[in-house]
Design a binder for this molecule. Structure first.
Ligand code: HEC
Length: 108
C-alpha cells in the first residue's frame, strides 16, 4: 500500500513538470530563451547588424504572426537553419514574455 502511494506521488510530480514544460504552445520556454540568446541575439543586439529585439518588442499576436507566416526572405534564411522543435521553443519563450504578456521581458 505504501509503495503504491509513493508511486502515485512520483507520477503526479512527473505529470506536473511535463505539463509545465509543455505550457503555452508546446515549446520549452527555458530552452527557447537559451536558443534565442545563443543563436538569434548574435545579430539582434546593438551593433549586431539587425534590429534590436527582445520578447517584449512584439505582442503575442505579432509573434504568432511572425512564426506562423514567416514570409520575410531574410528571416526565413536565418530560421531555416533551425530545426522545427527549436523554433517552437523560441516561439514559446517569445510569447510567454511578449509585450502584452504577464511577464514582459526586455533583457532576454
Ligand atoms: C545572421 C544574423 C541574424 C540571425 C542569426 C537572426 N536574425 Fe533575425 N533578422 C536579421 C536581419 C538582417 C533581419 C532584417 C532586418 C531587421 O528587421 O532587423 C532580421 C529580422 C528579424 C525579425 C523581424 C524584425 C521586425 O522588426 O519585425 C525577427 C522577428 C527576427 N529577425 C527574429 C529572429 C529569430 C527568432 C532568430 C533566431 C532563430 C533570428 N532572428 C536570427 C538577422 C538575423
Amino acid at each position: 500500500m505504501y509503495r503504491n502511494g509513493l508511486l502515485m506521488s512520483v507520477l503526479v510530480v512527473v505529470c506536473m513538470s511535463v505539463g509545465l514544460a509543455l505550457a503555452a504552445d508546446g515549446g520549452n520556454s527555458k530552452k527557447g530563451k537559451y536558443l534565442w540568446k545563443t543563436n538569434c541575439k548574435t545579430c539582434h543586439v546593438e551593433g549586431g547588424g539587425a534590429s534590436v529585439l527582445s520578447p517584449s518588442s512584439k505582442t503575442t499576436k505579432e509573434w504568432t504572426e511572425f512564426f506562423d507566416k514567416n514570409t520575410n526572405p531574410v528571416i526565413m534564411e536565418k530560421c531555416k537553419k533551425f530545426p522545427e522543435a527549436n523554433l517552437k521553443d523560441i516561439r514559446t519563450y517569445m510569447i510567454e514574455h511578449a509585450k502584452d504578456s504577464d511577464q514582459p521581458e526586455t533583457c532576454g
